[in-house]
Design a protein around this ligand. Sequence first.
Ligand code: GTR
Length: 344
Amino acid sequence: MNKNLNELLAQRNLPPLKSREEMLDILCREEYGFLPPEPTELKFTVEEKCIPNFCAGNAVANRVTAHCVINGKEFSFPFIAVIPTKEGKHPFFIHINFRPDVPDRYMPTEELVDNGFAVLSLYYNDITSDGGDFTNGLAGVLFENGKRGAEDAGKIAMWAWAAQRVMDYAQTLPCLDLDCAVVCGHSRLGKTALFTAATDTRFKFAYSNDSGCSGDALARGTTGETVEQIVDRFPFWFCENYKKYVKNESAMPYDQHYLLASIAPRFVCVGSASKDWWADPVSQFMTCVAASPAFENGFVCDDRLPQVDDKYFDGNIGYQMREGLHYFSRKDWNRLIEFVNKHR
Ligand code: GTR
């Protein structure tokens, strides 16, 4: 069974899977940095119906502000909660978003509502900037003068921490189905969505769209972006330790299959795009193959490399390849909905 894929996997020379605790410890120490501590105080204020007559009355959009005390300092950030008005408990997405706008062409909010989902959207730059400055936003309350230690959080870990605070808010809403919490994001925010779910078992599903290097793609044997290339342009996404693996992937005590495997026994779906060679769809797919044994219902796929429009949704790990370039399209969202509906 899976003869060809097993041979291809062997060529990648991956470290074997470990316990979830060990894998998370390695991922935090070597790649993303440890999550910031949970806030010692947390409260939410809500501006109701901040978008008038939203979704023709099928949903309300509320602007929520999370007020946190962390390290004795205050930090707050806003997000938008779109809640269907229909009776009942709604499954929901926490979308770690590139843009602040709701609705937005990258987040088909009305369609999500039409499919029965609530969506809570946080804009990543509201947490801390997407750059090397560690003195602003959440970074500013964590580090004295913007200086961090080798294992301290990079920006991805900070955005993940914020998505977990949005989950804290979701837990206060009786109209949400807490057994169907999905965290999702695209590209750098797909990496973030995976790290969010890996470190927080309240999320039943994680979906990463085109996250590639340092997300859902194996580093060993990639034909796309390398650790050297990502650390050169985006060192601040990661902890300082990650630099050790520039041109030195074979020394990594892990690979990205640890990230997907840390989501077991829950659900994770990888979205790839056929022309997104930088994210490397084959290495994204092989991560699913490599992480599969961590799940009771592992990755179910054909014994060949993926092709356009392959959709493997039967196991707890899913994978889909859409035709096209690097973006989060309606087709991707629809496939995510399909994966979630199949398993909830
Ligand atoms: C690229 C980066 C990728 C991906 C992408 C994005 O330039 O090299 O790893 O994360 O940005 O987030 O848009």
